[in-house]
Design a protein around this ligand. Structure first.
Ligand SMILES: [Zn+2]
Length: 155
């Protein structure tokens, strides 16, 4: 289980080694993502709160990266955080995400990216529920939910 001290250590020193890496040019990303996915995953944008696909859904399964198909979060760790975006307490694996300090918007936050394709997902905050106390606040458009029977197809 990751805690805030682990998140800070990753952001400050070095991120966990990903299971694989997917590196595409910006032109290749533009050819395979929708404009909304591109704006978030590759240009670090933020989708509108509440009016997004997974904000209020709690179906079982898992959430994979909309860029590369890597498993990022288990649906069982999704919880209602009243933030307007899908919120999770833990990543699917310790090395599923990478962590980066983000000083934009006059805030010091920790940005989370897919560790395989480096796509921007959202941020993580130390105000989540016990026991780990983490809140991963993630853009719906950077995720795709698979139902429990769907195979994971990464690309
Ligand atoms: Zn990815």
């Amino acid at each position: 289980m990751l805690r805030w001290v682990d998140v800070l250590k990753y952001a400050r020193y070095s991120n966990p080694e990903p299971p694989r890496r997917l590196v595409l040019t910006e032109a290749e990303w533009a050819a395979q993502l929708t404009p909304a996915q591109l704006a978030v995953l590759r240009q670090r944008g933020t989708e509108p709160p509440y009016r997004n696909t997974y904000c209020r859904t709690y179906e079982p399964g898992r959430y994979v990266c909309a860029g590369c198909g890597s498993v990022l979060f288990e649906a069982a760790t999704k919880y209602h955080a009243i933030s307007g975006w899908p919120s999770f307490t833990q990543p699917a694996a310790k090395n599923a995400l990478s962590y980066h300090f983000d000083d934009g918007h006059n805030m010091q936050r920790v940005e989370v990216r897919c560790n395989v394709c480096a796509g921007h997902l959202g941020h993580v905050f130390p105000d989540g529920p016990a026991p780990a106390g983490l809140r991963y606040c993630i853009n719906s458009v950077s995720l795709h939910r698979l139902s429990p029977d769907d195979p994971v197809e990464s690309h």
